[in-house]
Write a protein that binds this ligand. Structure first.
Ligand code: FAD
Length: 508
């Protein structure tokens, strides 16, 4: 009887002498130059895009992912233009060769983190991280939602953002299990709760800890925008150019028609499309708009961040009998608390890498208490173009005008006393009293293209569309009208997904 698996005319195996026949040469195939496909700007200049996205960080990555997820490979054309180069293929925490000391030194390299605040006396802590993936390549991944109370400054309510929070939390794998099982964490949480911080909780953190139900293991546990790009690449299609600095949006007859791009060797070209999304973040978005002559009354104004305090503490290792494990505690903003505290080991990342060792009982443990305070959005806190000073691309440089209000100062005072109280509540000793970091060093700057209903006090409408230009959008930290005291990125991503849905609806 014939075996069903057998081919009809099986070729008998014929060895030639003692050797096998050599394999026939493989036909020549295309190859990839880089770990992600790139498209030349010359080719992009010949294409008419449905959507052009400027910047590949949290906001730009989220818009790209959502467009590709919804459109699949239906023929829509999406361009992603990134000023930076290919720097890291994944979040820095996923790279086994780093540890906190090496990562800190890497980020201190002025070629990676350019200290732009050196030119801004009001905002000396600002740093520019230009690269594919933007700041998400090394953000801390701590991802709380904003407090519903904070939405009273917004044109939309908290509940309208909830479905988008849920999508963002799913795709970013946000969970609180990272510190689960650590006795150190449990002991400290208990102490804080008994001292009145009843809502102290585990960090909600964007880290993919699970094998999927299909057995997939992902090699990139910590979330970065590169994950958005990976999903987008596999679900849909897009053209990507790096080292492509956008300096202007081109407007004709009241519509955005494309963008002007300059390369590091100063070649310029125009990329054209139906819709433009600016996701170049808080400093670059208003700079591009103002340099394009798109001068909304609020553009560049209402710069916000977090007042940022650091307290260092020590505790005896003898207090914690077991293997230590992860620490990451969030004391969130609440109705009666206008700030947030984050408690972690001073080397919170050590468990991500390969030099875990148990600490001897004689050793002092060191912890940091980071405080983030609410800052009022004020019209006078702003960025402006300085036509007298230009960068190497010929673009006017920015000036930053910023100060903390009396209310902000009062919250900074609360941050200091609460940080000290949290340290004593946890049975620790103060090693370094609370100090205020320079503005910009929190890396949470936002608000310079804020969304709102009134064009006099906002740059975009509630969907991120620039007032008066129906096909120009902003999607990143710059659109946040108020950030309360929570880390901003989850909310930026939720909003950017919402903006992408609105664009898809409009283009239909
Ligand atoms: C060390 C560190 C730790 C942080 N930890 C946290 C945290 O724990 N939780 C949290 O919520 N947030 C954290 N943040 C902040 C978080 O990274 C930002 O909120 C988030 O990345 C902002 O997203 P964005 O899209 O506005 O900007 P980005 O992610 O910076 O993206 C902007 C992109 O635009 C590109 N670009 C800029 N100008 C141009 C131009 N002219 N043309 C083309 N492209 C351009 C940039 O290269 C970049 O890719 C941290 C940041 C840092 C640096």
């Amino acid at each position: 009887m014939k075996n069903r698996n057998q081919p009809n005319n099986p070729q008998p195996f014929q060895p030639v002498g003692p050797y096998l026949l050599p394999c026939p040469p493989e036909p020549p195939s295309d190859y990839l130059e880089h770990w992600i496909p790139l498209t030349s700007l010359e080719r992009m200049a010949e294409t008419y895009y449905d959507v052009i996205i400027v910047g590949s960080g949290a906001g730009g990555g989220a818009v790209l992912w959502r467009l590709c997820e919804r459109w699949r490979k239906n023929g829509e054309r999406v361009a992603l233009l990134e000023a930076g180069d290919l720097l890291l293929q994944t979040h820095a925490y996923n790279l086994p060769t780093f540890d906190s000391a090496r990562l800190t030194k890497f980020l201190a390299n002025p070629k990676i983190g350019r200290p732009i605040g050196a030119e801004w006396p009001d905002y000396p802590g600002a740093t520019e991280f230009l690269a594919l993936g933007g700041k998400t390549l090394h953000w801390g991944a701590v991802s709380p939602r904003f407090h519903p109370e904070d939405f009273k400054y917004w044109p939309i309510q908290y509940k309208e953002l909830v479905p988008y929070y849920l999508i963002a939390e799913r795709v970013m794998n946000i969970n609180q299990g990272f510190t689960a099982g650590s006795s150190l964490q449990e002991i400290l949480l208990d102490r804080l709760r008994f001292a009145g911080y009843y809502d102290a909780t585990d960090f909600p953190i964007a880290v993919d800890r699970e094998v999927t139900k299909y057995g997939e293991i992902h090699s990139n546990a910590f979330f970065s925008s590169i994950i958005f790009l990976a999903y987008a690449l596999n679900l849909g299609s897009f053209d990507l150019a790096v080292k492509a600095r956008v300096i202007q949006v081109l407007v004709e007859s009241g519509k955005a028609v494309g963008v002007k791009v300059v390369t590091p060797d100063k070649k310029s070209c125009f990329i054209k499309g139906k819709t433009v999304v600016l996701s170049a973040s808080t400093f670059e978005n208003p700079r591009i708009l103002l340099n394009s002559g798109i001068r909304g009354e609020a553009t560049g104004r209402y710069l916000i961040n977090h007042s940022f305090t650091v307290t260092l503490a020590t505790a005896s290792r003898k207090q914690f009998p077991e293997v230590l494990g992860n620490t990451g505690i969030l004391i969130p903003r609440s109705e009666d608390r206008s700030y947030q505290l984050q408690i972690a080991g001073t080397d919170p990342y050590k468990y991500y890498w390969y030099h875990y060792k148990e600490r001897p009982l004689q050793e002092e443990l060191r912890f940091s208490v980071l405080g983030f305070g609410k800052v009022e959005p004020r019209v006078e806190n702003r960025v402006t173009l300085d036509p007298a000073r230009r960068d190497e691309y010929g673009m006017p440089k920015l000036n930053v005008h910023f100060s903390y209000s009396e209310q902000d100062q009062a919250i900074i005072g609360q941050l200091a006393s609460s940080s000290t109280y949290a340290v004593s509540s946890m049975g620790m000793s103060i090693e370094k009293i609370p100090c205020l970091m320079p503005p910009g060093l929190d890396y949470h700057e936002a608000g310079t293209c804020r969304m709102g209903d009134d064009p006099c006090t906002s740059t975009t409408n509630r969907f991120g569309q620039v007032h008066g230009l129906s096909n120009l959008f902003a999607a990143d930290n710059s659109v946040l009208p108020f950030i309360g005291a929570a880390n901003p990125t989850l909310t930026t991503i939720a909003l950017a997904i919402r903006t992408a849905d609105y664009i898809i609806h409009r283009l239909k």
